[in-house]
Design a protein around this ligand. Structure first.
Ligand code: GLC
Length: 554
C-alpha cells in the first residue's frame, strides 16, 4: 500500500502512469487467439501523455488508425474489411443514432429505449448514466468522442445541483440516474431535468452512476489521448466529490461499500442490500481509474492517499471473503459457528445450514466466482454477471480467479448463457422467498427481468472479460447466439425463462444498451486493442496477500 501511494506521488501524474503492465508477460505467452493480437495495454504508456504518436510505431496502427477505427463499425466504412460485416451492424448503428439526444444542437447522450409501440414510456425516454456507457464506448471505438465529452460535462453540471428528497438533502457528489432534455419549440430553449432518485421507483439514489462516470472519463482519456478534460478543474472537482461520498468514514468494519437495495442496474428490491458485488466491483474500478487521473495537487493528494489505503483493504477483503470455489464451499460447509476473537475461521459467523441446496450442484470442480454479497451471518451465493465481469476487467480478480470465472461460465453455459447471453443473476428466487425478498414484485417473477432474466447488454462485458482472459472463442459463441435473435426480436431489453428463450414480459424493444452492447462486443472482438479503454492490468503492488486455500485461516 505504501509503495502504491509512493508510486503516485511522483511529480507528473498522468493517466498512463497508473496502468502498470507487463510487456514481457504478454510477449511470453500470446493470450489472444484473434487476428489483431496487440492489446491496448501493451502500448508504451508514455505515448498517451505525449499525445497520439500515430505512425511512429508500425504495430500501433490499429490503435491509432484514422477515424473510424473499427473497419466495419459504421455503414459505408467497410472498405477495409477482410470479411463481410454482419448485416445487423448497419441496422444497429442506425438504431443507435436514432436514440441520440441533443442539447442546444449538441449530442449529449442516448435515450434508454426508442420504443414507440410500448404503451407506457415511464422513464425510458431519459438518458441513463449506466445505459449510456456502452453507447459511449461504441462512439469512442468508432472515433466519435465528442458526444462522450458532452455527456461527461453535462452530467457534471447536474452533479452541482442541489438534490433533495422531500426535506432531505443528498450528498454533493451524487450523480443522477438519468436526465431528460426538454425542448421548447416556441421559446427555442432547451432545459434539462434530472433524476437523482427523487423520482425513481423506490426513491433510491444510484450508487453506480458516479462510478460509471469516472470509468467513462478514463475510457475517453485513454481512447483519445486528450488529457485536458480529465485534468480540467471541473472534472477534478467532480471526481473528488464522488470520492468524498464513498470514502467517508463511518461505523463500517469492512472496506466494502454499504448500499441500499436497488441502487444499481438492479434498481428494484432484489435482496442486494448490504455489500452487492456489482457495486463493489465498480467501486474498485472507479477508485483505480480515479487514482490514475487525480492531479497531485494539495486536494488531489489527500484523496490519492485515501484511495491507496482503501484499495489495499478492499482487494484483500474481496479476494478472500467474496471468492467461492469448490474448495471454499467445502470449507464453509464444514464451518464451526459461534467462534469468538481473532482466531475465528468463520469470521462472519455464517451458519452452514444457510447454504442453499442449489449451490452444491451448481459449483463445478473447476471454476469459481465472486458471490453476490457478504455480511454478518449472511452470504448471498447468487452469481451476478456484471460484478464478475467488471472484477475481471479492473483486475479485482487475480489472474487465477479471472480464469476460474471463465471456467465457470464454460462449465455452466446452459445456466448462465442458455439461448440468450447473459443471465443477470443465477438462480432466480421463487415462491415464498420471492415474496419476502422482492416484496411480491410482479415484474421480478422467477426467471424474468432482474430475477434471473437474460440481458443482451451484458454481452459487451462478457466479451471484454473473454478478451482479457484470452478466451475470445467464448465471446464468439455468445455473440453468435445473440445474432440469431436480437435484430429479429427488435433489440429487447431482456429475455425471460430458464434458458432466456422468451422476449421479456415487459421488455422494451429498441433498448439502446442492447443495441450498443452488441456493437461494442463486435468491435472489441474484431479489434481487441479497444479493450484498453475499459480494462486495467493487475497492479503488481497489489499482489494477492493470501492463497485461496488458506483464505480463512490467515
Ligand atoms: C431499468 C433497469 C435499469 C436501466 C433502466 C433504463 O430500470 O433496471 O438498469 O438503467 O431500466 O434502461
Amino acid at each position: 500500500m505504501e509503495a502504491l501511494a509512493m508510486k503516485n506521488v511522483s511529480s507528473h501524474c498522468s493517466i498512463a502512469d497508473i496502468d502498470d503492465y507487463d510487456l514481457s508477460k504478454l510477449l511470453d505467452k500470446p493470450r489472444l487467439n484473434v487476428d489483431r493480437q496487440r492489446s491496448f495495454d501493451e502500448r508504451s504508456l508514455s505515448e498517451l501523455s505525449m499525445g497520439l504518436n500515430r505512425g511512429s510505431v508500425e504495430n500501433f496502427e490499429n490503435v491509432y488508425s484514422p477515424v473510424p477505427r473499427s473497419g466495419y463499425s459504421t455503414p459505408g466504412s467497410s472498405s477495409r474489411l477482410s470479411f463481410e460485416p454482419h448485416p445487423m451492424i448497419a441496422e444497429a448503428w442506425e438504431a443507435l443514432r436514432r436514440s441520440l439526444v441533443y442539447f442546444k444542437g449538441q449530442p449529449v447522450g442516448t435515450i434508454a429505449a426508442y420504443d414507440h409501440a410500448s404503451e407506457e414510456v415511464l422513464n425510458y425516454d431519459q438518458v441513463f448514466v449506466r445505459d449510456f456507457v456502452p453507447s459511449a464506448l461504441a462512439f469512442l471505438m468508432n472515433g466519435e468522442p465528442d458526444i462522450v465529452k458532452n455527456f461527461l460535462l453535462k452530467t457534471l453540471q447536474l452533479q452541482a445541483w442541489e438534490k433533495r428528497i422531500d426535506r432531505f438533502k443528498l450528498g454533493e457528489g451524487a450523480m443522477p440516474a438519468s436526465f431528460k432534455v426538454l425542448h421548447d419549440p416556441e421559446r427555442k430553449t432547451d432545459t434539462v431535468v434530472a433524476d437523482f432518485g427523487e423520482s425513481a421507483i423506490g426513491r433510491v439514489a444510484p450508487v453506480d452512476s458516479g462510478f460509471w462516470w469516472i470509468i467513462l472519463l478514463r475510457a475517453y482519456t485513454k481512447s483519445t489521448g486528450d488529457l485536458s478534460l480529465a485534468e480540467s478543474a471541473e472534472c477534478q472537482k467532480g471526481m473528488r466529490l464522488i470520492l468524498a461520498l464513498c470514502l467517508s468514514e463511518g461505523f463500517d468494519t469492512f472496506p466494502t461499500l454499504l448500499c441500499a437495495d436497488g441502487c444499481s442496474m438492479i434498481d428494484r428490491r432484489m435482496g442486494i442490500y448490504g455489500y452487492p458485488i456489482e457495486i463493489q466491483a465498480l467501486f474498485f474500478m472507479a477508485l483505480r481509474c480515479a487514482l490514475a487521473m487525480l492531479k497531485h495537487d494539495a486536494q488531489g493528494k489527500e484523496f490519492i492517499e485515501r484511495i491507496a489505503k482503501r484499495l489495499n483493504a478492499l482487494t484483500f477483503h474481496m479476494r478472500s471473503y467474496f471468492w467461492l470455489d469448490f474448495r471454499q464451499l467445502n470449507d464453509i460447509y464444514r464451518y464451526k459457528t459461534e467462534e469468538y476473537s481473532h482466531t475465528a475461521v468463520n469470521k462472519f459467523n455464517v451458519i452452514p445450514d444457510s447454504i442453499p441446496e442449489w449451490v452444491f450442484d451448481f459449483m463445478p470442480t473447476r471454476g469459481g466466482y465472486f458471490i453476490g454479497n457478504i455480511s454478518p451471518a449472511r452470504m448471498d451465493f447468487r452469481w451476478f454477471a456484471l460484478g464478475n465481469c467488471v472484477a475481471i476487467l479492473c483486475s479485482l480478480a487475480t489472474p487465477e480467479q479471472s480464469a476460474a470465472i471463465m471456467d465457470l461460465i464454460e462449465e455452466r453455459w446452459e445456466e448462465l448463457v442458455g439461448e440468450m447471453p447473459l443471465k443477470i443473476c443465477y438462480p432466480a428466487i421463487e415462491s415464498h422467498e420471492w415474496r419476502i425478498v422482492t416484496g411480491c414484485d410482479p415484474k421480478n417473477t422467477r426467471w424474468s427481468y432482474h430475477n434471473g432474466g437474460s440481458w443482451p447488454v451484458l454481452l459487451w462485458l462478457l466479451t471484454a472479460a473473454c478478451i482479457k482472459t484470452g478466451r475470445p472463442q467464448i465471446a464468439r459463441r455468445a455473440i453468435d447466439l445473440a445474432e440469431t435473435r436480437l435484430l429479429k426480436d427488435g433489440w429487447p431489453e431482456y429475455y425471460d425463462g430458464k434458458l432466456g428463450r422468451y422476449i421479456g414480459k415487459q421488455a422494451r424493444k429498441f433498448q439502446t444498451w442492447s443495441i450498443a452492447g452488441y456493437l461494442v462486443a463486435k468491435m472489441m472482438l474484431e479489434d481487441p486493442s479497444h479493450l484498453g479503454m475499459i480494462s486495467l492490468e493487475e497492479d503488481k503492488l497489489m499482489k494477492p496477500l493470501i492463497k485461496r486455500s488458506s483464505s480463512w485461516t490467515c
